[in-house]
Write a protein that binds this ligand. Structure first.
Ligand code: ATP
Length: 354
């Protein structure tokens, strides 16, 4: 294994009584696109500021390229930050904004110009160097902020909700552009967002934060399909949480008694006793497949067409008193009062740790 480019070791940040970040340990590989994801107040910006050196953690260490950065000021770290509000200098034109970091580092004028033009080319703003900042749209300003950050060739680019102020279409377009830029440069990106779709679209690794702690970390598909905790299961999209009891285990898996019947799951690590299961709404289907488990009958209460699927709320379970969220294919004709037989592939059922 190669050494990680960045490691956070037991990092805690206290603001008075509030632990904004609580005992976070993380390793980030060179060239990785990491997304810090979590609800408002979960500690994302604080963690990014600790990486940038804008705040010094109360406890723990920040290592970059094997060097302890804990007491190194921002300007002497191999990092640059792109802020949500762009933080451009309004009195300078685009070229001088982009070249600012190079000027601070004493790079000669000719090189400054060449490198700034190359950075503007990379963000799709060729020839815009002479324009004033106030003449630019939000998307263009964000591109200038990006050019200003990449021109100094950082080892790690830190992005604090850089797309938060853009409308949905532009945000999607910028997500793709950022991803292409990151792949082209090979620079390590650490990107903060509270938008689950954005995280899934962009990340190699998602780090899910909740109340200053890491709840889960891994590739988007694993985080979505096999969330580690109850918080992750419900924060990353919708989920049906079902309580159960493990009544039997053998070498092939376990049997879990639930209000929807006994489910045989291929989970060999579960102990006997109480367990919480998570099933995504699109994983509950109204027709059986090979090896599927029956969840019994459900009565449709509400349905809404949402373009890609029909969102339904059903009542099900032995006593008909358990609610299930089910996403049916968009063309399904279904109405309140309809009765559906429900099934799930046991491989899709997740036993949650917490
Ligand atoms: P958002 O998505 O709303 O920006 P976040 O996940 O980035 O939230 P942080 O801004 O890191 O969260 O804040 C985490 C916690 O730390 C919050 O409870 C916040 O109020 C607190 N906090 C952050 N900065 C300070 C500060 N300078 N002084 C006091 N408390 C702070």
């Amino acid at each position: 294994m190669t050494r990680p480019l960045v490691s956070l070791e037991g990092v805690t940040m206290l603001f008075g009584e509030t632990a904004a970040v609580s005992d976070v340990s993380l390793e980030i590989r060179e060239g990785e696109f990491v997304v810090l994801l979590g609800p408002s107040g979960s500690g994302k910006t604080t963690l990014l500021n600790i990486l940038a050196g804008f705040v010094e953690p109360t406890r723990g260490r920040v290592m970059i390229s094997g060097k302890d950065m804990s007491h190194v000021p921002p300007a002497r770290r191999p990092t640059t930050t792109v802020f949500q509000d762009y933080a451009l200098f309004p009195h300078m034109n685009v070229a001088r904004n982009v070249a600012f970091g190079l000027a601070m580092r004493g790079v000669p004028a000719l090189q400054r110009r060449q490198r700034s033009e190359a950075a503007l080319d990379l963000v799709g703003l060729s020839g815009a160097g002479g324009r004033r900042v106030h003449e630019l749209s939000g998307g263009q300003r964000q591109r200038v902020a990006l050019a200003r950050a990449i021109v100094v060739d950082p080892r790690v680019l830190l992005l604090d909700e850089p797309l938060g102020a853009l409308d949905l279409n532009l945000r999607r377009q910028m997500q793709e552009e950022l991803l292409h830029l990151q792949r082209h440069l090979g620079t390590t990106f650490v990107h903060v967002t509270h938008d689950q779709d954005e995280a899934m679209n962009m990340a190699d690794t998602i780090v899910v934060l909740n109340e200053g702690r890491v709840e889960d970390q891994g590739p988007p598909a694993r985080i979505y399909l096999k969330p580690a905790t109850r918080f992750v299961a419900t924060f990353m999209g919708d989920s049906n949480l079902i309580g159960g009891t493990v009544t039997r285990r053998d070498d092939h898996g376990v049997t879990v008694a639930t209000a929807f019947g006994a489910l045989d799951l291929p989970d060999r690590d579960l102990r006997e006793g109480k367990v919480n299961l998570s099933i995504r709404p699109e994983q509950i289907v109204p027709a059986s497949g090979d090896g599927f488990a029956a969840l019994g009958e459900g009565v449709v209460r509400e349905c809404h067409f949402s373009g890609t699927h029909v969102r339904c709320r059903l009542m099900a379970g032995h006593d008909g008193d358990r609610e299930l969220q089910v996403h049916l294919p968009a063309r399904t004709a279904v109405r309140p009062g309809d009765r559906l037989n429900l099934y799930v592939d046991p491989a899709d059922v997740v036993a949650l740790a917490g």
